[in-house]
Design a protein around this ligand. Sequence first.
Ligand code: HEM
Length: 416
Amino acid sequence: MSQANQYKGFAGWLEKRLPIISPADHFFNHYPTPRNLNYFWNFGAIAGLLMGLMILTGLILAMQYTPSTLHAFDSVERIMRDVNYGWLLRYLHMNGASFFFIAVYIHIFRGVYYGSYKGEREVLWILGIVILVLMMAIAFMGYSLVWGNMSFWGVTVITNLFSAIPVVGDTLVTWLWGGFSVDNPTLNRFFVLHFALPFVLLAVVGLHVLALHQVGSNNPLGIDMKGPQDTMSFHPYFTMEKLFFIGLFFTIYFLVVFFAPNMLGEAINYEPANPLSTPEHIVPEWYFLPFYAILRSIPDKLGGVIAMGGAIVALGLLPWLDRSPIRSARFRPVFQIMVFVFVIACIILGFVGAQVPADAFQIYGVQVFGSLSVLRTGQIFTAIYFGFFVLLPFVPLFERPRKMPRSIAEAIDGHA
Ligand code: HEM
């Protein structure tokens, strides 16, 4: 039985036959949106848009790409030179991955800073972590498809990590490769998975947004909405605000695509894969660097793999590790400092991951920690990264929270 249909004209006609108008109406006009959301609340929408763009450009690229070790590299070059607007499609897709990670990393930071994983948002958060892992797998396999020399050696190094698993390690790596080295079967399966997994990602993002709408949005104050005085209609207020911010973000993205498309890439990947020539310095894409630094900080292969996996597992455990009843870092002086230190540690780990372990650590040519080596810097900041999670459960024992407003309306209007 269909419910009472309140829509007129075509919307009413369609709703009667296919109930898609009411969810959209709920989303844009009736979803209680906190009045005080700031620009950080735009990154979910930006990530969603980028995901759509990645799928679209990826589909068109796949129509011209050849997943074979003999032709992959040349087919990418053909896309760049001979296919109409192929260069644009490729640069949008290639840099889109970077900007997707930028958006999602900021989205995660927002979640941590404002305690958005609390208050029945555990499933929402875990789905976010599943999304992150999927994104990493998709990006890793996508990079291999170019079949440049960095692609080839990146795949070789990272897939080899599985050999550290006791007993089954070597068998597992052979199974992953589909042979005894990274070769045609490896490239083929990576192409299939790189094509298929984004649709799984799409489904998980759908669940993520469903979970959000089930519990409602958090806000910069981290206090629950108490009634209509605390909320605003999503449309037109937030649609306009989002359009502005999305425009800004995409302007930066397009500036990179058109004027510095290889800024975030590696020159070696413009050389075809060569199993006989190992690049002097194998580095993953920038968005993997902090995790790569954690991996290399532990002087044992299995230990490194466990630490790298643990870095993501720890993020997933946040809703249970953080025991404070207060969500937003604005009112938590100790937690606030901890989050900033954590973010700085992640950024420094990013620099560490890009440098040779035995060298002195540098940021843009400056030895910020004297002659401290890259390896030692990585170990110190890996300890800080995990220290954040270890310390977290104990913070409420000694933290004295700042005074909080009673409601969102009180914080904005000055009275309840
Ligand atoms: C494809 C990637 C993702 C997309 C498209 C996406 C989409 C969204 C959207 C549209 C929202 C609502 C708007 C907003 O709060 O910005 C949201 C909220 C949220 N997301 Fe994501 N998300 C993604 C990844 C993640 C990840 C990796 C995490 C964390 C591990 C995460 C955690 C959250 C949380 C906690 C909220 C609730 C925000 C609040 O109420 O304060 N998301 N997401």
